[in-house]
Design a binder for this molecule. Structure first.
Ligand code: ASP
Ligand code: MG
Length: 397
């Protein structure tokens, strides 16, 4: 029997009624002749609530303890979904990440999966059970419980789909797939029928919250096609897979990211020392620009995602002490990114983007292009208008 992995996001399991709905969907799939593995996120805003709870106790909580706390969210959903299935006479069993054989490195709060040993899952599937796995978590070689970074349940699903050689990996959420922009910001954003891994990776790392970037990386390296679709209806969703034919439109989507800090280092800061400092604290960067040209400013700037930094105040203070105030930390800026193949084939898209920013009165603090994306760094109040404007100009309406 073919195996299918289905992942349900936090909003799809937000309350008991929704959990029952998910159970019915899972039952339908099983009745259709599949072995079903279900990956669940924490109910609704549980993860944020647990984080807030931790922050009440410590402004900079130990990452190990944070992982012990945050993994509870997914355990609640997995047990409830298993109970709901059993109520429908569907044999089911729930497993934590550790029980599922999800082995990670020991980078607490943003661990990476290094191996999957799904022996217990195979055994239970063979017994005819639906297996429910708590997303977003694993266990390190040292037997420590870890989490995979925010939105990490997607990664659990893709990694399991690969390890189980599943026929499909379906990611369910509130929206029917991936859109050319956030429909709340751009009302005429369109649903994309398909997207390449590379395009999806760019969108995910530029702030689009639809699929986790590490999950797409996994999918790409293992050739797992991801179907992103809604949990509420029968939409066709969006297929993320290897690009087979060149696409007609250059720009696929526009997204913005407001959850980042911009670190700017003056000339006097040795870049390797700054990077070592950040690595030692598990602070990852989205991108880095360095101007060491003759006559250049000698500045470096880094975009750092805030989601996985759990003690920003402490980090800022340490940074100020260590580099005598020569590294600034700014949270008033964000990025708008256009994603598509061949975006730097000529300068036209960047010219258009810069002109649009100027017309909106948005000062561009930095710009970056690559074959797959162009990014402008602007002040946060400009993010939404600029996103809408670039969507209109580069994708038409
Ligand atoms: N519950 C975790 C989060 O909110 C993981 C996930 O939803 O994928 O980040
Ligand atoms: Mg969540």
């Amino acid at each position: 029997m073919p195996i299918v992995v289905q992942k349900y996001g936090g909003s799809s399991v937000a309350d008991v009624e929704k959990i029952r709905k998910v159970a019915r969907r899972v039952k339908d799939k099983r009745d259709a002749g599949y072995q079903v593995v279900v990956v669940v996120s924490a109910m609704g805003d549980t993860t944020d609530e647990l984080l807030a709870l931790a922050k009440q106790v410590s402004p900079d909580p130990a990452r190990r303890e944070l992982d012990m706390l945050l993994t509870c969210g997914e355990r609640i959903s997995m047990a409830l979904l298993s109970m709901a299935l059993q109520e429908m006479d569907v044999p089911a069993i729930s497993f934590t990440g550790s029980q599922s054989g999800i082995i990670t490195n020991d980078a607490h709060a943003q661990a990476r999966i290094v191996e999957v040993r799904p022996y217990r899952i195979h055994d239970e599937l063979a017994r005819g059970k639906v297996v429910i796995v708590a997303g977003y978590q694993g266990v390190s070689y040292k037997k420590e419980v870890t989490t995979l970074g925010r939105g990490g349940s997607d990664t659990t699903a893709v990694a399991l789909a690969a390890a189980l050689e599943a026929e499909a990996c379906e990611i369910y959420s509130d929206v029917d797939g991936i859109f050319s922009a956030d429909p709340r910001v751009v009302p005429d954003a369109r649903k994309l029928e398909s997207l390449s891994y590379d395009e999806m990776q760019e969108l995910a790392s530029a702030g689009a919250k639809v699929l986790n970037a590490q999950a797409v990386e996994w999918a790409k390296s293992r050739g797992i096609a991801i179907l992103a679709r809604t949990a509420h209806a029968q939409g066709s969703g969006t297929l993320v897979r290897e690009l087979t034919a060149p696409t007609d439109t250059r720009v696929k989507g526009v997204t913005s990211d407001a959850e980042l800090a911009v670190l700017a280092a003056g000339k006097e800061v040795p870049l390797p020392e700054l990077l070592e400092f950040l690595d030692a604290r598990g602070v990852r960067g989205r991108s880095l620009g360095f101007d060491g040209l003759p006559g250049g400013a000698g500045h470096a700037y880094l975009l750092v995602p805030l989601a996985d930094i759990h003690g920003p105040e402490a980090l800022r203070k340490e940074l100020a002490t260590r580099f005598s105030g020569a590294v600034s930390w700014r949270e008033e800026l964000g990025t708008v990114t256009c994603v598509g193949v061949g975006l730097n084939a000529d300068w036209a898209p960047l010219r258009q983007a810069l002109a649009a920013a100027e017309e909106l009165g948005a000062q561009v603090h930095a710009a970056h292009t690559s074959p797959l994306q162009l990014t402008l760094l602007v002040e946060k109040p400009h993010l939404k208008p600029l996103t809408a404007r670039l969507h209109r100009e580069l994708l038409g309406s």
